[in-house]
Design a protein around this ligand. Structure first.
Ligand SMILES: Nc1ncnc2c1ncn2[C@@H]1O[C@H](COP(=O)(O)OP(=O)(O)O)[C@@H](O)[C@H]1O
Ligand SMILES: CC(C)(COP(=O)(O)O)[C@@H](O)C(=O)O
Length: 274
């Protein structure tokens, strides 16, 4: 079961404690990539493997606890490491939730299960909704959309094959340390407040990248190193920090790809997955 990785460009946090957990989350915009996580489940001794290494991955464990299953061996094969701002934790949670419901002929909502797991673990607020939707995704309401409040838009991209998403992972960043920190929440929500409306007025990849760069710089989430790399890539559609990681992402046209690769040290070339 493949689930695409997801890069959030900017977001705003909604963690109102008296709300149902399904309505807790974030609004924002991002893109899913053709690289992500492939999850399989076989019989086993209740083990979880991530790229062949046994780990206790909390978002996956949270989903298992909701399904109350036993004698499993879960294997996540990921194109990216965890804690890189690429939605890998969400891809693991959604992949295992999809499989468990399919295998056990359950009709639980796997999206709800994965979202609950991410919110409980502090590893995500909106990734799994974008990963289920796929493409260039705008989330206008926090939480899992339902038939009444379907406020998740998939923005169409002309000549999508002309664009590359080049990713450079510089290190790790634990999402939970940011989205559980009141000072960071205040900064993120102050800067992120107007960006969604600005994107909806001009829903293009260029505008998305400009708004993401503005968000990364003005929240203080981006390091000087990341800002400098983004500035060096200003000949492209745009470059910014993948939220919430220590990761640069750049969208460039095919004609500029070689120039982008000459600037980055460990570039990973992706396409937008829809
Ligand atoms: N080696 C590891 N063993 C167990 N859990 C890990 C390991 N590395 C990272 N994690 C966990 O994986 C999760 C990554 O979530 P997050 O920070 O949101 O990253 P991502 O951007 O990949 O979604 C965190 O709960 C983190 O503690
Ligand atoms: C930005 C983030 C809160 C975290 O994303 P990640 O670090 O990739 O888990 C995401 O879940 C979102 O709500 O948009």
């Amino acid at each position: 079961m493949f689930v695409p990785s997801h890069i959030t460009g900017f977001f705003k946090i909604y963690k109102d404690s008296n709300k149902n957990i399904l309505q807790i989350g974030s609004i924002g915009a991002g893109i899913t990539l053709n690289k992500g996580v492939d999850t399989t489940i076989t019989k086993g001794d209740n083990e979880i493997y991530f790229n062949n290494k046994k780990i206790n991955l909390r978002p996956t464990i949270e989903v298992i606890n909701q399904c109350n299953i036993d004698n499993y061996k879960i294997s996540h094969k990921s194109d990216f490491p965890l804690s890189s701002g690429l939605g890998v934790s969400g891809a693991c949670a959604l992949g295992v939730a999809n499989l468990l419901n399919k295998d056990n002929n359950k009709n639980n909502n796997s999206l709800e299960m994965a979202h609950i797991s991410e919110v409980k673990c502090g590893t995500g607020l909106g990734d799994v909704i974008a990963q289920r939707t796929k493409g260039f995704v705008v989330r206008e309401l926090p939480g899992v959309p339902n038939f009444k409040t379907q406020k998740v838009q998939k923005i169409s991209i002309k000549n999508i094959d002309n664009y590359n998403v080049v990713v450079e992972i510089l290190g790790k960043k634990e999402t939970s340390q940011i989205i559980n920190n009141p000072q960071w929440i205040e900064k993120i929500n102050k800067i992120g407040d107007e960006l969604l409306l600005k994107l909806l007025k001009n829903p293009t990849l260029h505008n998305f990248m400009d708004l993401s760069y503005y968000f990364a710089k003005n929240t203080g989430l981006a390091t000087d190193k990341i800002i400098n790399i983004c500035n060096d890539l200003n000949f492209t559609v745009g470059a910014s920090q993948a939220m919430l990681g220590n990761t640069v992402f750049c969208i460039c046209e095919n004609k500029d790809l070689n120039d982008v690769l000459s600037i980055l040290n460990n570039p990973i070339i992706c396409k937008i997955y829809q």
